[in-house]
Design a protein around this ligand. Sequence first.
Ligand SMILES: Nc1ncnc2c1ncn2[C@@H]1O[C@H](COP(=O)(O)OP(=O)(O)OP(=O)(O)O)[C@@H](O)[C@H]1O
Length: 238
Amino acid sequence: MIPYTDVPLVSCRGLQFRWPGSDITLTMDDFTVAPGERMFLCGPSGSGKSTLLGLLSGVLHATRGDVTVLGVPFSTLSAERRDRFRAEHLGYVFQQFNLLPFLSPVENVLLGCAWSPTRAARAGATYPARRDEAIRLLDALGLMAQLVERSRTGNLSVGQQQRVAVARALIGGPGLLIADEPTSALDTNNRDVFLRLLLAECTRHGTGVVFVSHDMSLARHFDRAVSLGDCPPSQMVA
Ligand SMILES: Nc1ncnc2c1ncn2[C@@H]1O[C@H](COP(=O)(O)OP(=O)(O)OP(=O)(O)O)[C@@H](O)[C@H]1O
């Protein structure tokens, strides 16, 4: 198991990516996320935030340079090992959640450790223990207890589904949580409360965070803010 405190979570040098057929190149000369760091990533629409998250999670491949996560350069992994590495070490909250609507919230959360023996073991030694951990996480993230086990996730509100998506990404304490605009559907008060809960759970697990949002008011919750494109630097200090 990789000790999450010993190596940078992410390190990219001379990274370039160009979508096929595009004449725009995303360039990151030096991009590092320290162990346990919480990074806020912003930038105007089209500046490449989602593309960068795709590179950090190994779904997209650099045109030049390499992405190293927890000391492992993605270029050294076969597609199968990259998938396994992602399941073991990364939690991802998608803009559209990608939950299974016909499963309960608890069943959705347990999917987060279904393909990772390490994360499953960290979540609990037995299935009932992992189920209890899924329930604890959902409760810690503010989902009402009566919704957790018997409701269909597809029937929950957008805000409730966000909590399920974050709990699924966090179960088993991955080294890095990558979140793509996960609070965009919440109002300002709920955003702050939810973010505090999310970050408290990350602290509990020693999980670092790369969090994308257009909402600059959220930057103050993070250790560091990084801009792709033209966010004013004065707004970038967390
Ligand atoms: N699948 C794709 N094929 C070709 N070009 C793409 C693809 N996805 C994104 N792009 C291009 O890459 C650039 C960056 O897009 P990306 O979605 O990463 O930006 P973003 O900062 O996440 O935008 P938003 O804030 O609107 O979600 C844009 O010019 C976009 O048109």
